[in-house]
Design a protein around this ligand. Structure first.
Ligand SMILES: Nc1ncnc2c1ncn2[C@@H]1O[C@H](COP(=O)(O)OP(=O)(O)OP(=O)(O)O)[C@@H](O)[C@H]1O
Ligand SMILES: [Mg+2]
Length: 404
């Protein structure tokens, strides 16, 4: 049961570190539960800073800002992994509830810590090693073959901090810049999958269907639900893997397990212990969205049903494209939104309120249906139209109707 509540509402106050789109969408779910998310944002025009009623401005590396955020809140949670571990411990030592706790969260913060833990647990993962010298990288590559993948253990996102290297001459510079690195075999993968599971302090777990994530240039562009063609046994095994990891690490909140599918089964890539891009589809596509479920889990409320609401769901990210570039002369954002709604009345839009810049995650769209190819084409065309102002020829008929 929640220990402290807002006297005005009689309901808990969740404080979230980070003011990006994940906090913004969590706030939206909090409203339905009678709550209002308290947010630590770095600027007033951050995605969640624009909409939440209780926005604190401050840096997630500043312990004083974190303590101020936590004061009077029922529980502190996160929309990113970048809070220093010692600050998380200081919050817990000061008597604040932190979910997920520092001992769990470190596995999503530090890729080397995760690799060691999965090794101890005997869970499947790419061949890996810790490397401090060019010699160590070269010795590893002699075993697994070039190219290898070098990763900064901490601080990476959207593929930043991930380097595919073809030979030893590229390694010295990276080691010099980053110090100790994680080195992995480059996995010959069929595709990327993800499983999300929520876990409460009570130990209840709820898992969503396995999804396929489609990345381009290290950035997720589409999420296909359920993962097309994945057989039931493989899907169940992946869900069980995610539940085992959540239990073993003592995760509280939503956990996303990123997987590589290979010819021999799945390997764990990395974890996120917060709402995740691979779960945006759940807003319309599941009985309980990942955002509501994260709130339920961190508050130790019973978890919601995770059944899909349609046979096929596709989420497509809107990444800043031609329409975000300087000198764009096509339809302005508001006009594009208008057209999107006119031509895809069944597609749902989530716009994050961020400044438009090429490559930036600006929003996403979700389409539901029964025919996989049709649903995917619809979601992708709608997202591209927002990003580039260009109509996929397959949907041009809808725009031609405009002229009448
Ligand atoms: N060992 C590997 N073999 C092949 N491809 C890899 C490997 N590791 C990472 N990748 C590719 O790089 C992408 C980004 O890697 P990873 O998820 O570790 O980085 P990140 O930047 O921390 O994550 P995110 O993009 O999820 O924020 C993966 O989704 C995958 O496409
Ligand atoms: Mg990743």
């Amino acid at each position: 049961m929640a220990t402290s509540v807002d006297p005005r509402t009689g309901l808990p106050v969740v404080a979230m570190v980070g003011g990006g789109q994940l906090a913004r969408m969590t706030h939206q779910a909090a409203i339905a539960l009678g709550q209002s998310l308290r947010v630590l944002a770095t600027a007033p025009d951050e995605s969640a800073g624009l909409v939440a009623a209780d926005v604190r401005l401050g840096d997630h590396r500043d312990l004083a800002a974190l303590l101020d955020l936590a004061e009077g809140a029922t529980v502190v949670t996160f929309d990113h992994e970048h809070v220093p571990t010692e600050h998380l411990r200081a919050l817990a030592d000061a008597g604040h509830r932190v979910a997920p706790g520092p001992d769990a969260l470190v596995h999503a913060q530090d890729k080397l810590v995760l690799r060691r833990a999965l090794h101890e647990a005997g869970e499947p993962q790419p061949a890996w090693s810790e490397a401090r010298t060019v010699h160590e990288v070269a010795a590893f590559a002699d075993d697994v073959g070039w190219p290898v993948v070098l990763k900064t253990p901490r601080g990476g996102y959207d593929g930043k901090g991930v380097f595919v290297v073809d030979g030893a001459d590229e390694v010295a510079d990276l080691l010099e810049r980053h110090g100790s690195l994680l080195v992995e075999e480059r996995v010959a993968m069929v595709r990327e999958l993800a499983v999300q599971v929520a876990r409460s302090p009570y130990g209840q777990v709820a898992v969503w269907p396995v999804v396929e994530t489609v990345q381009r240039n290290g950035v997720c562009e589409e999420v296909l639900v359920p993962a097309p063609g994945l057989d039931d046994d493989a899907a169940t095994a992946a869900q069980e893997l995610a539940i085992r990891i959540a239990d073993r690490l003592g995760v509280v909140g939503v956990l996303a397990v990123e997987l590589f599918e290979t010819a021999d089964g799945v390997l764990v890539n990395e974890l996120a212990m917060r709402p995740h891009n691979s779960g945006h589809w759940t807003i319309e596509g599941s009985r309980t969205s990942q955002f509501e479920q994260h709130l339920r889990a961190v508050l130790d409320y019973p978890l919601g049903a995770t059944d899909a609401t349609a046979p096929v769901v596709v989420m497509a990210n809107v990444l800043g494209g031609a329409a975000s570039a300087d000198g764009w002369t096509g339809p302005a954002l508001d006009e594009r939104v208008h057209h999107l709604m006119a031509h895809w009345p069944d597609v749902k839009l989530h716009w994050y309120g961020k400044g438009q810049r090429p490559g930036r995650k600006l929003g996403h769209v979700t389409a539901l249906g029964t025919d996989f190819e049709e649903v995917r084409a619809r979601a992708v065309a709608a997202a591209r139209y927002l990003a580039d102002g260009v109509v996929d020829p397959a949907f041009a008929f809808a725009f031609a109707d405009d002229e009448h």
